[in-house]
Design a protein around this ligand. Structure first.
Ligand SMILES: Nc1ncnc2c1ncn2[C@@H]1O[C@H](COP(=O)(O)OP(=O)(O)OP(=O)(O)O)[C@@H](O)[C@H]1O
Ligand SMILES: [Mg+2]
Length: 321
């Protein structure tokens, strides 16, 4: 399994409504078996990006290539087959489960929809799945309100994996849960990833979740990736002023970067809106007074060892030849 996004874009609005470029020209590749973290503040476009992958939201432009196959031109029937392989787990296990359905119906529904099993065979699979995610298989006739938040998220995970998918898109899977329960659900996900050979796209705004779970990380800001790298690069040598502000307590020996560490994120996206010109982070970046920051949008370029950054102030990768 590999997933490649090429220049994926979603524009909402138009026809009298304000235009929002929720996802703006995003490209990245997720390798088989890895956990790719998508990190960003509220409103940065994470959920919109995630929902475009199985085409629950239609992209405005760009391409989604899943296991070598472009998805954007598939018809509904072919797309249904692809959706068996790409499943989502949502943030809120309270609102994402139909309160009138039993656990058996909730976990078994994908099998019915995709005509994989029914009757006693379905019951068996549901019970196996409940055991796998740490639920009591005798509770198949209970309703969501009879479970705790963590148990409900286990139901959501069981629903997502019962069709044996390749890619799980986890949109803030633990942010609605008590801290004490979060680690249990994350550990369940790690176990399932190993035993079922799953690939994860994990959306979060929680740095500790990124550090615990992810191999690669992309930072999204106002619809665009501003930095990308492996988890060590992002935590130990962040290059973009936005990432550095997030990781502020990490010391740097490079004087130029030390200056960038004085970035203040006191202003938020609302109080310092982007004009649409120049770097989208420039209204909040105190270092953005020089050169092209206010006029030219910095492209996402290699900044060393596979790390990527979109900032006029970071040195591009030096060619070794
Ligand atoms: N259906 C829609 N119509 C218009 N604008 C939308 C729609 N869905 C999302 N947006 C806008 O697109 C932007 C990105 O929203 P999105 O929900 O993808 O962000 P997010 O990163 O998932 O945020 P959060 O962390 O709060 O979940 C926001 O400005 C949002 O208001
Ligand atoms: Mg979201």
């Amino acid at each position: 399994m590999t997933l490649e996004l090429r220049n994926l874009t979603k524009v909402f609005g138009g026809r009298g409504k304000p235009i929002v470029r929720a996802v703006d020209n995003v490209s990245f590749t997720i390798a088989e078996g890895e956990t790719f973290g998508l990190l960003g503040e509220s409103g940065s476009g994470k959920s919109t990006l995630a929902r475009m992958i199985p085409r629950l939201i239609e992209p405005t432009a760009g391409e989604i290539i899943f296991q070598g196959n472009p998805l954007t031109h598939l018809n509904e029937r072919d797309m249904r087959n692809v959706r068996e392989q790409i499943q989502m787990v949502f943030q809120n296990p309270f609102s994402s489960l139909n309160p009138r359905m039993t656990v058996r119906e909730l976990i078994g529904e994908p099998l019915l929809i995709h005509k994989r099993a029914s009757g006693a065979a379905l019951d068996d699979q549901v019970r196996d799945m409940m055991k796998l995610v740490g639920l009591n298989p005798e509770h198949t006739n209970r309703f969501p309100h009879e479970f705790s938040g963590g148990q409900r998220q286990r139901i959501g995970i069981a629903r997502a994996i019962i069709l044996n998918p390749k890619l799980l898109i986890l949109d803030e899977p633990t942010s609605a849960l008590d801290v004490s329960v979060q680690a249990q659900v994350l550990n369940l996900l790690i176990d399932l990833q190993r035993s079922l050979k799953l690939t994860f796209l994990l959306i979060t705004h929680d740095l500790s979740v990124v550090r615990y779970m992810c191999d690669a990380v992309a930072l999204m800001y106002l619809g665009s990736i501003v930095e990308q790298g492996n988890v060590n690069q992002i935590f130990k040598q962040p290059k973009h002023p936005y990432t550095q502000a997030l990781m502020r307590d990490i010391p740097s020996t490079n004087p130029a970067q030390r200056m960038l560490e004085h970035v203040s994120l006191e202003a938020d996206i609302v109080s310092a809106p982007w004009s649409g010109q120049g770097c989208r982070f420039s209204p909040r970046c105190p270092a953005a007074q020089i050169g092209n920051c206010k006029t030219v949008e910095p492209p996402l370029i290699p900044v060393g060892d596979g790390q990527l950054g979109a900032c006029h102030l970071i040195q591009p990768q030096v060619n070794q030849n």
